[in-house]
Ligand binder design. Sequence first.
Ligand SMILES: CC(C)(C)[C@H](NC(=O)Nc1cc(F)cc(F)c1)C(=O)N(CC(=O)NO)CC1CCCC1
Ligand SMILES: [Zn+2]
Length: 183
Amino acid sequence: MITMDDIVREGNPILRKVAEPVELPLTDEDKQTLVDMLEFIKNSQDPEIAEKYGLRPGVGLAAPQIGISKRLFAIHATDENGNLYSMGIANPKVVSHSVETNELENGEGCLSVDRDVPGLVPRRARLTITGVDHEGNDVRMRLRGYIAIVFQHELDHLDGIMFYDRIEGLEDPFKKPLPGFAL
Ligand SMILES: CC(C)(C)[C@H](NC(=O)Nc1cc(F)cc(F)c1)C(=O)N(CC(=O)NO)CC1CCCC1
Ligand SMILES: [Zn+2]
């Protein structure tokens, strides 16, 4: 099972790579990766398991965060209307989105970021995405609100983007040239 030890933390270059699309139909290995990531998210939301294994309660996880630079992520989150989105997705794509943006009023965090980074993270308010789920079915979903934010946060991981890149006026601490490297 995936635990926090398997989760790559910021500063690891894999989080800055553009992940590779996976071959379709999904291989058993890629299916298993999606299942494992979904299981981690569910475990992280189970108080007993989370306590036992020291899991940070999560709602989404992208493959690069467990060292796999592939376009795979898993989500287990409930939207404002109480609809549960519990799925693994391969090769997700945004096919359309609103111009309008919105953001979580308390900003965002990340399972790969062990520090608080305050600031609003603007995201598209509504978007339509397509992809393939962990059973190999084509999916096309119109998303809005909280769940749209979760999807965009995970999608960003597949493109090497961290939530704080989108906070106005923040520098990425790992982008600063190392001392002595005067450009
Ligand atoms: C980084 C962390 C704070 C753990 C964040 N959880 C979260 O925002 N809230 C949460 C957790 C629950 F278990 C149940 C619940 F209803 C709400 C999260 O999982 N992520 C996922 C992540 O880091 N993916 O790479 C960050 C969120 C920021 C906005 C969307 C996802
Ligand atoms: Zn994250």
